[in-house]
Design a protein around this ligand. Structure first.
Ligand code: ADP
Ligand code: ZN
Ligand code: ZN
Length: 840
């Protein structure tokens, strides 16, 4: 392909752009310059996908980021091999956003591209096998064995096979030695086939021949012909039942899909005969994977307070780009969003609404679908590549002016956003930890809205301190408060249950948990439902030898292994390592191995012993791995097929089940003990949110928190429910000790398989960072809380920067240089630095 375009004559005239900078999905901090062959010059547009050769062998899909006339200095530009899009897949605003993201979050634009572009829009290459045209079996000097013969035989019938095809033919997984041997014997050729990853979904549909659909007499004649042929007649009747062409012949156009037409008992061959005899015709049609939902909602009347809130938000938007809606749990924020979304859509602009992942499968999406129907796209992290491409294309085509999605939906190709809503804006899942870009979707959404000249609405019952600060003393955002629940519902009553005296292992059997048990019993007897929150999955957090104190440790990480009873395994929750549960202590041989502490699995087990009549469900990472995992459990809970639902933080988010009256917080103190400046804020948010699931209708709710520190300040604050008071107390500390929102944080983790190397590199980095001439505080380097993960030792440095933009830009650009310098030293070549801007 390349030789085609090397001819100088194909070059565009002077004045035309002859080079393009291409964004490629590689971890190198820049774009790459390629030559625009004359034959392609008319197709070159910013944001279009192109195919280029990268390195010696690779063929990559890239995005045109820029066109210009400057040949690269250091290398000879290779030509662009092909342009894939007539309409650019990525618009200029998106590219601007990507560039901003790479700079702000200290990563490479190729990494942003990887996160942003659904992999279905990239090309994939697959190894294929072809018969060597020069190979003549009779003349071959090498004998072929039976398996090789099988492959060659198959290739005589099909021109090419994939590796997967070969595996199927041979019925084995390790086909490589066989293929290699065939290549040596010059019988086959192996080559890379580049192909589109996205495959549209195609359906076979059936319709009446147009002449027949439009002519009642012809149809009658056919029925006469069919008399006695009951099978064919029944298919025709079924068709006419579903598509009443008598009344409206135009209906015939769309036809019926084959599976719907053929009812049980109908034979395919009868349909074939009908097609052969010219009654029906079949045609193939590309169909949507994402279903069209009809609008089913009736008019809903906002309460007076909601009405006021809507107006306040709109007034703020006149002078502010961002507004924070602080509305307590159950105050009816969703209806406020709906009202605003409607207005923005009517004005012709697009709307994006971000939700935490789990909330996407719950009632809020169902509610929005009722109102917005098919013009609302959902962008879920469990979607397949093909589904993602369909949402992406639906945004470009205008099919979805409104999208509800997880954090990665900020990358969709919007070109005229009017508003972005970030619901539950305090949610820590808006931050992407790994891989880069390590972005905070709420903050990035505000930036994206700014590029679109759009508005951002943040909503939460427990705002992040950053947002609340900006909405109050910071003065940047508008603030709208909704301090009461919608309708006749009140906030629940809190009980702190003192478990201090109990040292026994099963907290459910001892006296101090009597309150939790009684409340559960009480709810069950009234057919009400219960949520129990414990943020530890598995059976018990660790097992211990009662004789020598041995505990199971991960071989790759500095953490103890969690006991999973159902799987009979000890598992590492950091790296996935697992092993069978030992029958005796590996250290001393004792058989006294005790399970310590309670995870969700064990709580579920204990509850089923205590309440044998109750139906108990569990929702954690282990029970929700499949695509519809959450949905299934929540549907069952909603249908009241589950009485008590035990779960990790998944059950704390956004659920609106009217029949839940009791919420139990299993081991409240654990939520408090996070060694982090945000721990107070987090604990307050988590407990308030989970408590907010209780008593959301008329029936009053109860929340029981089990604790050994009943006097704890945060519990008192949660019970009091005065967010502002709590905020003021905490923000004071933040100011005093220089923490966000008063400074910007950057965390840098240094990783290496060798402890000493990691430590040395971290110190080297530290020394050099200290030399950067901006106002800052550099803390560390210290061994990370978990000192080793997957055999990588890790050290952390924390940098506190003043909030000014120029300070940050200056620091970040020098930081990149310092890292490069360190990695250039031979001893640090395989050291990795992970830069996390605004860490969680
Ligand atoms: P939040 O998101 O603020 O916690 P929701 O939006 O889930 O609260 O609302 C709480 C409950 O009140 C929901 O069941 C919702 O259907 C109901 N609700 C809110 N506003 C209205 C309204 N204007 N009319 C009828 N029901 C409402
Ligand atoms: Zn032991
Ligand atoms: Zn591990």
């Amino acid at each position: 392909m390349e030789s085609l375009f090397t001819n100088q004559d194909l070059f565009p005239d002077e004045g035309q752009n002859s080079f393009a900078d291409i964004i490629l999905p590689v971890p190198i901090p820049r774009m790459f310059t390629y030559r625009i062959p004359g034959a392609l010059s008319s197709q070159i547009q910013i944001g279009a996908r192109v195919i280029v050769q990268f390195g010696r062998k690779k063929v990559l899909t890239g995005i045109i980021g820029k066109v210009h006339n400057k040949p690269p200095k250091a290398y000879d530009a290779k030509p662009i091999l092909d342009v894939l899009d007539d309409q650019p897949s990525v618009n200029p605003l998106q590219i601007r956003f990507w560039v901003w993201m790479a700079e702000y979050y200290c990563c490479h634009i190729g990494e942003v591209m990887l996160a942003a572009l659904p992999s279905g829009l990239r090309l994939s290459s697959e190894s294929k096998v072809q018969l060597n045209p020069n190979f003549i079996a009779e003349e071959s000097q090498y004998p072929l064995d039976a398996r090789e013969e099988m492959i060659l035989e198959a290739l005589e019938n099909t021109p090419e096979l994939s590796y997967e095809d070969c595996e199927k033919i041979l019925g084995i997984k390790t086909i490589h030695p066989i293929l290699k041997s065939l290549v040596i014997k010059e019988a086959i050729l192996i080559f890379e086939r580049v192909q589109d990853k996205y495959t549209p979904k195609v359906e076979t549909r059936i319709r009446l021949k147009t002449e027949i659909a439009q002519d009642k007499k012809a149809l009658e004649a056919i029925f006469e012909d069919l008399s006695g042929k009951a099978k064919q007649e029944s298919i025709l009747l079924k068709y006419l039942r579903d598509i009443p062409v008598f009344n409206n012949p135009a209906l015939n156009e769309k036809g019926l899909d084959k599976a719907t037409l053929l009812e049980e008992g109908d034979s395919e061959s009868s349909l074939k005969t009908l097609i052969k005899n010219g009654v029906f015709e079949s045609f193939r049609q590309v169909v949507n994977r994402i279903d069209e939902t009809e609008i089913t909602a009736g008019e809903l009347i906002l309460s007076e307070k909601q009405e006021v809130a809507v107006n306040e938000i709109k007034t703020h938007f006149e002078s502010k780009q961002t507004v924070l809606l602080h509305g307590i749990t159950g105050s009816g924020k969703t209806e406020i969003y709906i009202q605003l979304i409607k207005e923005v859509l009517e004005s012709g602009s697009q709307v994006l609404m971000l939700l935490p992942e789990i909330a996407l499968t719950t009632q809020i999406v169902a509610r929005l679908k009722q109102v917005f129907g098919g013009q609302m796209g959902v962008y879920h992290s469990k979607y397949s590549d093909n589904e993602r491409v369909e949402v992406w294309n639906g945004v470009i085509s205008g099919r979805f002016p409104f999208v509800v999605g997880v954090r990665s939906s900020i990358f969709l190709p919007f070109d005229s956003l009017g508003m972005i809503i970030v619901d539950e804006e305090h949610e820590s899942s808006y931050k992407q930890f790994d891989p880069a870009p390590r972005f905070q979707a709420r903050d990035a959404a505000i930036m994206l809205a700014y590029f679109h000249q759009a508005k951002t609405l943040l909503g939460s019952a427990t705002p992040s301190f950053e947002s609340y600060f900006n909405a109050t003393e910071g003065g940047k955002y508008g603030l709208v408060e909704l301090p009461e629940r919608y309708g006749n519902s009140n906030l629940p009553t809190f009980y702190i249950s003192d478990i201090g005296a109990d040292k026994r292992k099963n907290l459910l059997k001892v006296d101090s948990t009597r309150m939790m048990r009684e409340k559960i019993q009480d709810a069950l007897s009234k057919q009400e439902q219960v949520l129990i929150f414990q943020n530890r999955r598995g059976y018990s957090p660790y097992i211990q030898c009662e004789d020598c104190g041995w505990t199971g440790q991960c071989i790759q990480c500095d953490v103890s292994l969690t006991y999973h009873q159902f799987a009979e395994e000890l598992r590492c929750h950091y790296c996935g390592y697992k092993e069978k549960v030992p029958s005796s202590c590996p250290a001393c041989g004792s058989s006294q191995l005790a399970t310590m502490g309670m995870g969700t699995e064990r709580i579920e087990e204990s509850l089923s012993l205590l309440f044998p009549e109750a139906r108990i469900g569990r929702m954690d990472l282990d029970t929700t791995r499949s695509k519809y995992g959450y949905q299934k459990i929540l549907d069952e809970f909603g249908a009241r097929h589950i009485d008590i639902l035990v779960g990790t933080q998944m059950i704390t988010k956004g659920l609106d089940f009217g029949n839940v009256t009791v919420v139990g917080v299993w081991d409240g103190d654990r939520i408090l003990n996070f060694p982090d400046f945000r721990s107070g804020e987090r604990a307050y948010q988590q407990i308030t949110q989970v408590a907010g699931r209780a008593g959301r209708r008329e029936a009053k709710g109860s929340v029981i928190i089990q604790s050994r520190k009943v006097e704890e300040y945060i519990y008192q604050q949660v019970i009091k429910g005065d967010y502002f008071e709590f905020y003021q107390h905490e923000i004071h500390e933040r100011k005093k000790f220089y923490y966000p929102p008063f400074v910007k944080l950057i965390k840098i983790t240094t990783r290496h398989t060798d402890y000493k190397t990691a430590e040395k590199a971290a110190h080297d980095l530290h020394r050099q960072m200290a030399g950067i001439a901006v106002k800052k505080i550099v803390l560390g380097p210290e061994k990370a809380i978990i000192g080793r993960i997957k055999n990588q030792y890790q050290f952390e440095s924390l940098i506190k920067l003043e909030r000014s933009g120029t300070t940050q830009t200056e620091f970040k650009s020098q930081l990149a240089q310092i890292q490069e310098n360190i990695i250039a030293k031979p001893e640090f070549r395989s050291v990795r630095f992970i830069v996390d801007v605004d860490p969680n």
